[in-house]
Design a protein around this ligand. Structure first.
Ligand code: NDP
Length: 820
């Protein structure tokens, strides 16, 4: 018989199971079989094919869910389109009421939702009850607020339309909230596809929504495989795709949506660092690591899966961590006193096992504590791999399981270099009692969410999203709204793209951007601007790279033919090498110790004012040049120069007024959203308004701390080459603005394929826009393209402002708890 004394000695937990009875009753009510949720009704799938959902803790069959076919997807999208007509016209204050009702309903069904989530996914009930479902409700409350405020705070914007949303299996309800709440708040309607492993909670949520009285068609849930996801993505009547999942599928979706004019946001994978400095509270940091990597069995996109510890405390820290790992309890997801539940599916379990074996093969030392696992079910021990090389694949690749790899460092610089030694950039944490050091590291690590002395803290008011191959776009916070709105003046872009294969491509990637270097112009185009009897002095502008005029690498030139069909000048015909040199120069100045991005806004604004001053001083000369090239009237050329000066003033103003804000999250402390520069941006300018187009794109980029490689208007490049001298006399550091003239598409192709270019803006043809988006998938760089559609650069609404600033920045949220 167990005595009280025995119990005190072992301090064993008894089982504390949560009851599955309410969930089972709900499943039974549905005959454990679900159709599609379209127009607030259950619809039997057309082909009547089903998929089995299992509980990964027990292996029991939970239910069968429909496998969508094209007809199901079409029906859901048609329902969303019809509903969009009224929902987008429904006043924000009314939408807010509906969303408030949904939030209240979530709270009323809190327990049922949490239990189902844990049974379907395998996550501990403690987490679904205390994190996932509260955050689900919180998102609907938060965005109900934005629906209420849209007409006053976002009065220049309109909803995007029908949104296709595809989510993963790790946080089925939370991901659904991140997607649906901001979308419907802004007047959009949605078709959401949950991941196959975890479809059930989305189906229960559908009933919660219907019970709240949301009009039919506003939220539609389609269950199906990746193929059904692809049908949503390629459907012509969808206006935006919001995706969370693997980088691999993210890449596919970037290519599938290329050139279509659909908006796209991607939340992809990560390999987030946890940096522990020597002066950190090591015990707190150990708990932080537990939250970072063993929360949700490590199946978290921003899991702190790379531990980076200062060398002198590393042995002590690792020992403490191993001891703590020995106390983690792994078990049935409905047991209230476990720390880790089950892995979602056998295939994911196998993937984890594969990576752990790989870690061993790569020379790592694998540690797994001696703790019991339940006899059946998909359980995996918390795992730590030490002694790995920073370049090992286990250190570089996302494992998506309870596996932590650890590295050491000596200096803060080394810590930051190691933290940034990844193709991802989703999250990270820094642990130190020195606030200066911690904030410095948090600002230098390239990731969308940085936590100081905490990890995996989320709230609806703080945006979340990646840098680099972790994707683009933000969810949460005010910044998350921009994924679901477009400026009122802008219609949904419908590019005039001739596609031979159903919107999947426009031909041969190799053929796009092909360019044969130039030959002399035809004799009839003879030089047009010499004075009678005296040939003009030849002046062939060179490239502008690193603040210097340099000869084009290929030594070819292009004739610029003016409005009267005569040569009005020559420019260098740039090639790949010129672009590569320009990118290098742009990097050198952004990364320098006191580089462009590190300068304060005041300094950048002074430089922009100086550029404006110098341009204005030469405005007659610039106007003449525009007339000569384009044949426009003197008056309109003058107006263009004046507008360019004005635009420089606008961004001089914005240079120190767009830094970010304090987010009002639920964290006790401070959450700061910082609008960081994107990095090196390649910009292909339009042919319309050769000077104003150039300035309108260059100025916001450099105002916000980016450096740029500009490809001026291909037809009328001379305004840009005249601009060298304005830059030279305006204190612009060499390398901030680089200008490479030549064939727009040829040069853009090199930019978009360049691994070290962070974003490409392209204002050329519809076909070029297609290829820019398509090719950008290689390293998931951000793109902003014009789809060959007109934009009135003279109009302030279209030619400047928030849209430009938004493209020139990426939001990083830094979470800093306060108090002892
Ligand atoms: P996937 O990217 O494969 O799936 C995510 C979602 O996309 C699911 O709904 C999936 O449907 C759907 N999908 C799959 N293929 C397509 C397609 N061709 N077109 C449109 N939609 C598609 O991620 P998994 O869930 O399978 O996980 C694999 C890896 O992804 C993990 O190991 C992890 O590295 C990463 N991951 C990252 C997450 C993050 O939050 N950043 C979240 C989850 C996973 P279906 O489920 O039916 O296949």
């Amino acid at each position: 018989m167990t005595t009280l004394l025995d119990l005190f000695k072992t301090m064993e937990y008894g089982p504390a199971p949560e009851s599955p009875s309410a969930v089972n009753a709900w499943l039974e009510e549905h005959g454990r079989k679900f159709g599609q949720f379209i127009n607030n009704e259950w619809v039997t799938p057309k082909a009547a094919k089903y998929y089995s959902s299992y509980n990964p803790s027990t292996g029991e069959l939970l239910a069968e869910t429909a496998q969508a076919e094209k007809k199901d997807v079409d029906a859901a999208i048609a329902a969303a389109r019809t509903a969009f007509g009224t929902w987008s016209e429904t006043p924000g204050v009314v939408r807010a009421r509906y969303m408030y009702a949904i939030a209240r309903n979530i709270q009323k069904h809190h327990r049922l939702l949490a239990v189902l989530e844990s049974m379907d996914n395998g996550k501990p009930i403690r987490e679904s009850r205390d994190v996932d479902v509260p955050l689900l409700a919180r998102h609907f409350y938060y965005y109900a607020g934005w629906a209420q405020l849209m007409e006053t705070e976002l009065r220049d914007y309109q909803p995007v339309g029908v949104i296709g949303q595809i989510i993963p299996w790790n946080f089925p309800l939370m991901m659904l909230a991140w997607k649906i709440a901001p979308a419907i708040a802004m007047g959009n309607t949605v078709v959401l596809k949950p991941a196959s492993y975890t479809r059930l909670s989305a189906l229960l949520f559908a009933e919660v929504v219907a019970e709240a009285g949301l009009p039919p068609g506003v939220v539609n849930i389609i269950t199906g495989s990746g193929k059904a996801g692809e049908m949503i993505v390629t459907h012509p009547d969808v206006d935006k795709i919001a995706f969370t999942g693997s980088t691999e599928i993210g890449r596919t979706l970037r290519q599938l949506t290329a050139g279509s004019g659909k908006k796209l946001s991607l939340e992809l994978g990560g390999k987030s660092p946890v940096v522990v400095f020597e002066d950190a509270d090591l015990d707190a940091a150990v708990e932080g690591v537990v939250d970072a990597i063993w929360f949700n069995q490590g199946q978290v996109c921003c899991a702190g899966s790379r531990l980076i510890v200062q060398e002198n405390v590393a042995p002590r820290f690792i020992q403490k961590l191993k001891t703590r790992m020995g106390h983690l309890r792994v078990g049935d997801s409905l047991d209230k006193s476990i720390d880790m539940g089950a892995i979602v599916d056998k295939s994911q379990w196998d993937t984890i096992e594969h990576w752990v074996k790989m870690g061993e093969k790569e020379g790592g030392k694998v540690f797994q504590p001696d703790i019991p696992l339940p006899a059946k079910g998909l359980f995996y021990k918390p795992t730590l791999i030490t002694d790995l090389d920073p370049a090992a694949s286990t250190v570089q690749e996302e494992i998506f399981g309870p596996v932590l790899v650890s590295l050491t460092f000596r200096t803060p610089e080394e810590a930051i270099a190691l933290a940034n030694n990844t193709r991802y950039g989703l999250g990270g944490s820094v642990w130190s009692d020195n606030i200066n050091l911690a904030l410095d590291a948090a600002s230098k690590i390239k990731a969308g969410a940085m936590w100081v002395n905490c990890h995996n803290v989320f709230d609806a008011a703080g945006g979340f999203g990646g840098y680099r191959e972790s994707g683009f776009g933000r969810e949460g916070g005010r910044e998350g709204l921009f994924e679901y709105i477009r400026p009122k003046w802008m219609e949904r872009p419908r590019p005039d793209l001739v596609t031979g294969d159903g919107g999947r491509g426009t031909g041969d990637a190799n053929a796009w951007g092909e360019h044969t270097p130039s030959r002399p112009a035809r004799p009839e185009a003879g030089r047009g601007n010499g004075r009678v009897g005296l040939p003009p002095v030849d002046r062939t502008p060179k490239m502008y790279v690193g603040g210097k005029q340099v000869r084009p690498d290929g030594a070819y030139t292009l004739a610029v033919i003016g409005a009267k069909g005569k040569i009005v000048g020559q420019v260098g015909d740039g090639n790949r090498k010129d672009i590569r040199n320009a990118v290098e120069a742009a990097h050198a100045v952004i990364e320098a110790r006191q580089g462009w991005a590190m300068r304060h806004g005041y300094n950048r604004s002074q430089i922009l004012y100086f550029i404006a001053e110098n341009l204005d001083a030469r405005n007659a000369e610039f106007a003449t040049r525009i007339c000569e090239m384009t044949g426009c009237t003197k008056k309109s050329a003058q107006a263009e120069v004046d507008a360019a000066v004005e635009r420089l003033f606008t961004y001089a103003a914005w240079a120190d007024k767009y830094g970010g804000n304090i987010q009002e999250t639920t964290l006790r402390g401070i959450t700061v959203a910082v609008n960081e520069p994107v990095g090196v941006i390649g910009i292909a300018c339009p042919d319309e308004y050769p000077l104003l187009g150039f300035v309108s794109l260059m100025a916001p980029a450099i105002a916000r701390g980016n450096t740029v490689v500009m490809i001026p208007s291909q037809r009328f490049p001379l305004s840009a080459t005249d601009f060298y001298q304005v830059l030279d006399t305006s204190d612009v550091p060499g390398g901030v603005v680089n200008i490479v003239t030549g064939d727009r598409d040829h040069l853009t192709k090199t930019l978009v394929q360049h691994e070290d270019v962070d974003a490409v803006w392209y204002f050329g043809s519809a076909e070029g826009s297609y290829w820019v988006e398509y090719e950008s998938a290689a390293n998931m760089k951000r793109t902003w393209v014009g789809y060959g559609l007109p934009r009135d650069w003279m109009d302030r609404e279209q030619g400047e402002g928030h849209e430009f600033l938004h493209e020139a920045t990426q939001v990083k949220n830094i979470w800093v708890p306060t108090g002892e």
